[in-house]
Design a protein around this ligand. Structure first.
Ligand SMILES: Cc1cc2nc3c(=O)[nH]c(=O)nc-3n(C[C@H](O)[C@H](O)[C@H](O)COP(=O)(O)OP(=O)(O)OC[C@H]3O[C@@H](n4cnc5c(N)ncnc54)[C@H](O)[C@@H]3O)c2cc1C
Length: 447
């Protein structure tokens, strides 16, 4: 079936010479079905979707797009809230059919479109786990290339710290392997620079013996928010790296709660004592902490942020929880519409022992990432989006400059500082590998 645009039809015919017929989609309703992003608020649509199965497919598609002058974008797990996976009216290189994961000793070879759950499910029978985020349906490459915060952060670091090599289709169509000994600058840039340097068709990641951990939701009544956050601060000042305690605010049918997500990735014999220290933050109203497979834990959180909903996200990074920052956080929670949430990652331990210049990802001092998550069902989301902006403003006096590019929209005012002192090197590598700006994933500062 064709589109209504003759030049796109010519381009699609060119693609069909190189890919199986059913891999190239141009009919608008089929495109809408094929795109399926996490955030239904992203209304941009490509004119052509190329469903790739192999690195050779990706190479052929990139070369065809370059020769026809068609802008392209890349879809992995489809979770970028701002829709960077879509080039409006251009070509979508769809990797969601490339989800193979092979376990080789304590490493995994992960195809470019595999999800977090794909990786954990494959590693689990070997007693292993990867550095992943908290939700299973997120793309593993998209998460890793942009940093990769997760509950194992204290013991294994960020996703980028575990990346061993990447197979990449470059803007000129070459396929290269980037690792510490080959294309070392590219390897450095990929570890935090997101999808701005090429299409990763496969990456190798280190695995760790954490297929099972002690983790789960432990929540307290909202009126205990201030003492709970102060107790968090006291505990984390001396906690073992193996104890990660994410926290946040959300609403339940019984009212607003301050939740924690403690994860103990140390000696199972010490788990009860470690989690009891978090239980002692207040009077729990929900206690779901148990020893479980990390694969089950992240899969269990998929439903907390359902695919195809309406979302608007913001984020700020903070160096820690001062009393004033606690107050700002609690006030943001008080003002939070019922369908929204605050979710805080804590970068500590192994993630903070990597030097800022060692990877493109620059944020290596201990810090918090506050994710401000608005969602709504029905309505225009204006009140929820306004709450996101208000919360960013409330946190601003306590925030670090810049922030996390993986959660930024293209026009985010903090984008120029997102790579801090690594900006110059990152832009030089961009100019070398992608001088024409073919890949425009997360926002990069301008030269
Ligand atoms: C519900 C939810 C939970 C999240 N939890 C976490 C978390 O716990 N920790 C964390 O660190 N982040 C988390 N994130 C953020 C997430 O890591 C980023 O949004 C990430 O970019 C999503 O990747 P994706 O492949 O799913 O998305 P997509 O929208 O498919 O891709 C996002 C960008 O990454 C690029 N990209 C994806 N795959 C490739 C590839 N193979 N090669 C080159 N470029 C590629 C694309 O070009 C695109 O611009 C979460 C996001 C959501 C929505």
């Amino acid at each position: 079936m064709s589109s209504s645009n003759p030049s796109i039809d010519t381009f699609a015919d060119l693609l069909r010479e190189r890919l199986p017929d059913d891999a190239v989609i141009t009919e608008p309703s089929a495109i809408s079905k094929a795109v399926r992003l996490w955030n239904a608020q992203v209304t941009a649509r490509p004119a052509v979707v190329a469903r790739c199965r192999t690195a050779d497919d990706v190479q052929a598609v990139v070369r065809a797009a370059r020769s026809a002058g068609v802008p392209l974008s890349v879809r992995g797990g489809g979770h970028d809230w701002a829709g960077s996976a879509i080039s409006d009216g251009g070509l979508l290189v769809d990797l969601s059919g490339m989800r193979q994961v092979a376990i080789e000793g304590d490493e995994a070879r992960v195809a470019g479109g595999a999800t977090v759950s794909d990786v954990l499910d494959a590693a689990r029978p070997h007693g292993l786990a990867a550095a992943v985020g908290t939700v299973g349906s997120v793309g593993f490459a998209g998460l890793t290339l942009g940093g990769g915060y997760g509950t194992l952060i204290g013991v294994v670091g960020l996703g980028v710290d575990n990346m061993l090599s990447a197979e990449v289709v470059l803007a000129d169509g070459r396929i290269v392997t980037a690792d510490p000994r080959h294309e070392a600058d590219l390897f450095w840039a990929l570890r935090g620079g997101g999808g701005n340097f090429g299409i990763v068709t496969e990456l190798r990641t280190r695995l760790h013996p954490f297929a099972e951990v002690t983790t789960g939701m432990l929540a307290f009544p909202w009126d205990q928010a201030r003492p709970v956050l102060r107790a968090w601060r006291t505990l984390m000042a001396t906690a073992d790296d193996a104890l990660d305690v994410m926290f946040g605010a959300m609403s339940t049918p019984d009212g607003r709660i301050i939740f924690t997500l403690p994860t103990w990735a140390g000696d199972p014999g010490q788990a009860a004592g470690q989690i009891d220290r978090v239980r002692a933050f207040g009077d729990p109203v929900l206690d779901d902490v148990d020893r479980r497979a990390l694969a089950d834990a992240v899969h269990g959180l998929d439903e907390a942020f359902p695919h195809g909903g309406d979302y608007h996200l913001g984020a700020r990074m903070m160096p820690g929880l001062t009393d004033d920052a606690i107050e700002a956080f609690v006030q943001a929670g008080e003002a939070m519409p019922g369908t929204c949430a605050l979710n805080v990652h804590h970068a500590h331990g192994a993630a903070t022992r990597v030097k800022a210049a060692d990877t493109a990802y620059p944020h290596r001092d201990e810090h918090l990432v506050v994710e401000i998550i608005a969602s709504w069902a029905g309505g225009d989301g204006a009140a929820e989006s306004a709450w996101v902006h208000d919360t960013e403003n409330r946190l601003e006096p306590h925030a670090l400059p810049g922030g996390w590019a993986n959660l930024m929209a293209r026009d985010d005012p903090h984008a120029p500082d997102a790579y801090a002192a690594n900006t110059g090197r990152l832009l030089e590598i961009k100019a070398h590998y992608d001088p024409d700006g073919v890949f425009t994933a997360t926002p990069l500062p301008k030269r």
